[in-house]
Design a protein around this ligand. Structure first.
Ligand SMILES: [Zn+2]
Length: 166
């Protein structure tokens, strides 16, 4: 039935008729199966705040009709949910370049020294020398490039005697 409710819902802006010529009242299944699926997804997302004319009119199809079926606070909640979907991600603030670690001349191979060393060598900076270390490899490559004969698989312990030469 074309009820006064529907008219007043349109009048108050709570209802829309979507593309009426393509989805005329009384004609069933004017939306394709994929469209119906998409509509169902949107209605589910709206958690009952929006309802579709096909769902609650008995005896008459009204494919074009969508209306708000809940109060203002529920509408506001779903509006926030929708905005959350499309909200642009906050721009990631670029990290300031890492300050060079302060190196103290104390003869100890501490994290600060290793970190700085890794920065200089252009390897990942974690302040640690792993058992198989990209820092040590970089040093070994550097030594080789300078004519020192050193194998790349020499361990960190051998590094202490830099110039572990074969
Ligand atoms: Zn309508």
């Amino acid at each position: 039935m074309e009820g006064s409710n529907e008219l007043s819902n349109h009048a108050s802006g709570r209802a829309i008729d979507l593309n009426a010529p393509a989805h005329p009242m009384g004609k069933p299944n004017t939306f394709s199966a994929p469209q119906r699926k998409a509509i169902r997804k949107i209605l589910d997302f709206c958690e009952g705040v929006v309802r579709h004319g096909v769902d609650y009119y008995s005896g008459r199809k009204d494919d074009m009709h969508f209306e708000i079926d809940k109060g203002a606070s529920e509408v506001a909640r779903i509006a926030r949910k929708i905005r959350g979907l499309s909200a642009p991600r906050p721009p990631s603030t670029p990290k300031p370049p890492a300050q060079p670690a302060k190196v103290v001349v104390d003869g100890k191979l501490g994290a600060a020294t290793i970190r700085r060393w890794q920065q200089v060598m252009g390897t990942p900076v974690d302040g640690k020398i792993s058992e198989v270390s990209s820092l040590v490899k970089a040093v070994q490559r550097l030594l080789r490039s300078k004519g020192h004969k050193i194998t790349e698989d020499a361990g960190a312990s051998e590094l202490t005697g830099v110039g572990v030469v074969r």
